[in-house]
Design a protein around this ligand. Structure first.
Ligand SMILES: NC(=O)C1=CN([C@@H]2O[C@H](COP(=O)(O)OP(=O)(O)OC[C@H]3O[C@@H](n4cnc5c(N)ncnc54)[C@H](OP(=O)(O)O)[C@@H]3O)[C@@H](O)[C@H]2O)C=CC1
Ligand SMILES: CC(=O)N[C@@H](CCC(=O)OP(=O)(O)O)C(=O)O
Length: 346
């Protein structure tokens, strides 16, 4: 790649879109060219988000394909069902696309329609789209025109379970993912259940009967296991702003497995997965603002249950940071460019 990458961000007033602006504004190989919002069109980004004063000198524009077609790469940080309407024309114009929503994550159009409640607008692109979990698909991401950035829960759950399933040391028919998310996972739009007075000092499970991340996680875990998996996935809303904590349970089927060594060797050399020392309990605050998944693996009482704890920042490794990681791979850059920074404390 020669020259800077001209980048467009559609949906640049949402939580993941603004996080993209924060990361891309300091990226050494990127020039932000077009950032869109229908509601804020015409206003300066720095006026709407003073945190970006001095970093982003652009005004919001309406999302128009003609303007976006002048970019090398367009990120969609938009609600599900938006990118699938605009991506075909951009791809035809030679623009590469990373969708942070779920439009291209499932390979089966009928299953997509079942979970997302409408027909897919361009099912022909599902086979071409590369599921952008770099720890699994790094080489295919490098040459992809269209990347489906994974969901936040699916990132934490897949990274947590992968070493066990790839090594075939647990029963793939009995996997449990008990997950907690901060309220920014629900986006920036107003909703009663994420008001401070409703969500603070309280916690609840939701979508226990079925969440749209279930088929996405199952698809990835089945590929790792080499066959169907049985997965129970229960998301919870936790009283914090950023962060996902996934507590994962599986039953060991193999004897004499060194779990710590299994995880350490699976993720050796991975820039954004940190296998913590044996006995650790990763905290969501240790990944706030950072593009990293911290993992600890336990075997309580030396029994046959494996417990994995995986934490990410839903807006970074769970969304915008992973999208930038994918961009770096697609454009032949150092995978860590623009992402090499520690978490915010406290
Ligand atoms: N929040 C999170 O932790 C994660 C979110 N995601 C996914 O990323 C996507 C964005 O999420 P998030 O940032 O939370 O969402 P927000 O609701 O916070 O923001 C949505 C953005 O999209 C724009 N938008 C809405 N409708 C359209 C449309 N029809 N055409 C063009 N732009 C539109 C909005 O601006 P305007 O209406 O002014 O145009 C806004 O900028 C979603 O698909 C979400 O599921 C993925 C992983 C994690
Ligand atoms: C706390 C909360 O509400 N989280 C969201 C998931 C986050 C997300 O945006 O997922 P997608 O990218 O797949 O849409 C939810 O459960 O719907």
């Amino acid at each position: 790649m020669s020259g800077v990458i001209q980048v467009g961000v559609v949906g640049a007033t949402g939580y993941t879109g603004v996080e993209l602006l924060r990361l891309l504004a300091r990226h050494p190989e990127v020039r932000l060219r077009t950032v869109t919002s229908r509601g804020e069109a015409g206003r300066a980004v720095a006026e709407v988000f003073p945190s970006l004063r001095g970093f982003v000198d652009l005004r919001y524009e309406a999302p128009e394909t003609e303007r976006l077609a002048a970019c090398d790469l367009v990120f969609f940080a938009t609600p599900n069902g938006t990118a699938m309407e605009m991506a075909p024309a951009l791809l035809d114009a030679g623009v590469r696309v990373i969708d942070l929503a779920a439009d291209f994550r499932l390979r089966d159009a009928a299953e997509w329609a079942r979970w997302y409640g409408r027909e897919h607008a361009c099912p022909g692109l599902l086979a071409e789209a590369v599921y952008g979990l770099p720890e699994v698909a790094r080489e295919r991401i490098r040459t992809a025109r269209l990347v489906a950035n994974p969901g936040c829960y699916p990132t934490a759950v897949q990274l947590g379970f992968l070493p066990l399933l790839e090594a075939g040391v647990v029963d793939p028919a009995w996997l449990v993912a008990d997950c907690k998310s901060g309220v920014s996972g629900a986006g920036r739009g107003a909703r009663v259940d994420i008001l401070l007075a409703e969500a603070a000092d309280s916690m609840k499970a939701y979508a226990v009967a079925g969440h749209r991340h279930w088929p996405e996680i199952r698809q990835g875990l089945a590929a790792a296991a080499g066959g169907e998996v049985g997965l129970t996935f229960v998301p919870h809303l936790a009283p914090m702003i950023r962060g996902i904590h996934a507590t994962l349970y599986a039953r060991l089927t193999a004897r004499d497995v060194d779990l710590q060594e299994l995880y350490a060797s699976r993720y050796a050399g991975e820039p954004f997965v940190d296998v913590m020392p044996a006995g650790s309990h990763p905290e969501t605050r240790s990944v706030r603002g950072a593009n990293v998944c911290r993992i600890a693996v336990h075997r309580p009482g030396g029994g046959d249950t494996v417990v994995v704890c995986a934490v990410i920042d839903n807006l970074v490794k769970g969304a915008a940071g992973q999208a930038v990681q994918n961009m770096n791979l697609m454009f032949g850059l150092d995978e860590r460019a623009g992402l090499d920074q520690p978490a915010l404390m406290p």
